[in-house]
Design a binder for this molecule. Sequence first.
Ligand SMILES: *[C@@H]1O[C@H](CO)[C@@H](O)[C@H](O)[C@H]1NC(C)=O
Ligand SMILES: *[C@@H]1O[C@H](CO)[C@@H](O)[C@H](O)[C@H]1NC(C)=O
Length: 370
Amino acid sequence: MALFSALCFAVILSFCQGLAYAALPSRPPLDGLVENGNFEQAPAKSNLKKRQIIGKYSLPKWEISGIVEYVSGGPQPGGFYLAIPRGVHAVRLGNEASISQNLALKRGSIYALTFGATRTCAQDEVLRVSVPGQSSDLPLQTLYSSDGGDTYSLAWKAASDVVKVTFHNPGTQEDPTCGPLLDAIAIKEMLPLKYSKGNLVKNGGFEVGPHVFMNFSTGILLPPKQQDQISPLPGWIIESLKPVKYIDNKHFFVPKGLAAIEMVAGRESAIAQVIRTIPNKFYNLTFTIGDAKNICHGSMMVEAFAAKQTLKVPYVSQGKGGSKTASLRFQATSIRTRITFYSAYYHTKLHDFGHMCGPILDDVSVFPAY
Ligand SMILES: *[C@@H]1O[C@H](CO)[C@@H](O)[C@H](O)[C@H]1NC(C)=O
Ligand SMILES: *[C@@H]1O[C@H](CO)[C@@H](O)[C@H](O)[C@H]1NC(C)=O
């Protein structure tokens, strides 16, 4: 202990507190805001030049670089009104600016970050989220919620007990007042999935997913190209180009349990899982589709694929929350079978064409059929 303290003395204090924390075996899995993750702890007035934060360590709990602004919601100097979806304060990352924080984690465990990120100008903006050994560029050009409250989640495996997470704006816009706005950052440890008896689909009800902000949620966009092992949605693969949305039962209609998936990008985004099967055996794929009670209207169609079989399930949405169940009997052709779902059409909210939406998917199961 003495050696540990002495060592600690030599290093930055907060870093060591992190280490000491991580060494406690009984610590419950993380599931909440990171320290000052909603930016409600403000920099000292003396460290602000207008909105710009002056000094690398002036934003409590964070290290900053480049032009980082501390933004408060409400009427702004430029004459416009800035709404901050979660809480009152946010930070804006100027050209090539970043904020970072050391997180005390468990080496080898998988973590998902949930964060609210919004572009502030009409141009395309990119937010780069990195941890040692992994970096993801999120294009913020498509707005999935016209109220500006898009939330994203990304997962990675902790390579050490202290992991530095960095949010960076790699852009060099001509207008220096552009750049992504971050308003809330949370982290959740993704525990190994529990086996559910008989069902060959893992996490078929989407009950295990990223941290959901309790106060405000427009759903969480799960970007594609994350692996099914290291994912904010364990077990599932998000294919192709666009995200799917994770929705919770507090803010949306969910057919069963805590959460479901909303397919917000038509055919440009599919959600899939590879299950173990026995060649030539028959199986029954069952799933529920519906609408999230978010004024997403119209004739919807979910297409499901398993081995060589496909099923198109129509659903007419009134946008008021509803669901139906469908099933598909298929014959496996291999020891692995990919099951895939997507929305055949694109949808936007009634009277709000900037707001992408779509059918929801829940309660997916595959059982042997006889
Ligand atoms: C939720 O809102 C309450 C009251 O406005 C606030 O005290 C709390 O910090 C918020 N929680 C989060 C996670 O932002
Ligand atoms: C598949 O499962 C559903 C739901 O349990 C059931 O209604 C349907 O009859 C089953 N189909 C086959 C072919 O076994």
